[in-house]
Design a protein around this ligand. Structure first.
Ligand code: MG
Ligand code: ZN
Length: 400
């Protein structure tokens, strides 16, 4: 809620306070008394600590994580050639690769893939925001919300589908859609846009989550009324928009909300409090196109996703304090480009699978903190690095 957000200290403030406590404690208290900061290094003289002041926050104010579900290098390359040998991804100065396997399978599904990003730990296929032992683990979106950042999610699937679900819910099975919907009542995410209206309004338990969300101060609109482009969103209130009863259409069949919704959500979040925001945007159906082995479906979903990326790039350029991170959970379809011309003519694409594949997955970063994402690393390192960006005292390491 906005009131809580405005009364909370910024993470910069928390950091300053932690540093102050650290310096006070150097006078002789035991290091165990500082819950939010690492113990002072005993080998460093106090002057070493003092030399670090003044502390400058180098991290981005805003973080946008874009996930192209099933978007491997061939999907990116196909989209690039089709766009006359250009892709918005060329504007990203830092490129890395992540290893996508899950805790129990070389081939990850989207639930464990997104969970690795959201909690900073690999989990089993099907897992939504839970560790391999099945226990809930805090997600980066929940942490951002707690720290007073504005938070948002936008997907071209239902909002309870595996990828968005992994950022807000904690269930052992991704198919628990109605249970996942209940988590939108627990974490006061500022704005969310996606399909899945029925999981909120026509539930087995008879609850009406539209009503319950409205009771918590949300304004709700959906595809039955005005389009997202037409809706006037008040930045004073939390907001939800449902784009479909269950899963939204492919862009080829007329889905047209992704890009206008990207503009709306960026505009909303940038006017929401002073502490910055965390936003997850998913191009969900690149994956479904790969499962279907349909070339035009893949390329059109890639094109829609690229336009959303460009909108984020434009925003970040004007804002100057936004980190954009783009990656995928895994590749889908084992897609290959087999012939064609670099201007996109006569492209011939083929698939070797109707499932996910295990190749390393690209990561693109631009903005404050971008350098953290170069190199080759496990998928969970994306989550750990995101936690570090919210709080510099969160030290990320690879391994358990
Ligand atoms: Mg997905
Ligand atoms: Zn899939």
């Amino acid at each position: 809620m906005l009131i809580r957000k405005l009364s909370q200290p910024s993470s910069f403030g928390v950091y300053l306070l932690a540093l102050l406590m650290l310096m006070i404690n150097m006078e002789g208290c035991t290091p165990k008394m500082q819950p939010t900061s690492p113990p002072p290094a005993t080998h460093s003289p106090p002057t070493k600590i003092e030399q670090q002041a003044p502390v400058e926050k180098v991290n981005a104010k805003n973080i946008i994580l874009l996930i192209g579900d099933g978007m491997g290098l061939a999907q990116i390359t196909g989209g690039m050639y089709l766009n006359k040998n250009n892709t918005a991804l060329e504007k990203f100065p830092v490129v890395g690769l992540h290893k996508s396997h899950s805790s129990d399978n070389l081939i990850t599904d989207s639930a464990s893939g997104a969970t690795a990003f959201s909690i900073g730990e690999k989990s089993f296929n099907g897992a939504i925001g839970v560790a391999p032992d099945g226990k809930p683990k805090e997600t980066i979106l929940e942490e951002a919300e707690k720290r007073g950042l504005a938070t948002g999610m936008l997907a071209t699937s239902s909002i309870v589908h595996a990828t968005p679900a992994a950022f807000i819910a904690h269930v052992p099975d991704r198919r628990q859609y109605e249970d996942i919907a209940l988590y939108f009542l627990r974490t006061p995410i500022d704005i969310f846009i996606g399909g899945g209206r029925s999981y909120f309004t026509r539930r087995e338990d008879g609850r009406d989550l539209y009503q319950e969300l409205q009771g918590k101060g949300y304004v709700i609109a959906d595809y039955l009324g005005q389009s997202i482009a037409q809706v006037d969103i008040s930045t004073d209130l939390n907001f939800a928009y449902f784009t479909a009863d269950k899963e939204p259409l492919p862009v080829l069949s007329g889905r047209d909300y992704f890009v206008p919704a990207t503009h709306k959500i960026l505009d909303y979040l940038s006017h929401r409090g002073d502490n910055g925001f965390f936003l997850m945007i998913e191009g969900s159906q690149i994956d479904w196109a790969g499962h279907d082995n349909k070339v035009s479906y893949v390329l059109n979903e890639m094109s829609d996703f690229s336009t959303a990326i460009s909108a984020c790039l434009d925003f970040a350029e004007k804002d100057g304090n936004t980190l954009i991170l783009i990656t995928a959970d895994h590749e889908t379809g084992g897609m290959a480009i087999e012939d064609g011309e670099s201007d996109g003519k006569n492209l011939q694409l083929d698939f070797s699978s109707t499932k996910h594949t295990a190749g390393v997955v690209p990561v693109f970063a631009k903005g404050p903190g971008e350098e953290l994402f170069k190199g080759i690393y496990e998928n969970y390192m994306i989550g750990r690095k995101l936690f570090h960006l919210l709080d510099e005292t969160y030290q990320f390491t690879s391994g358990d």
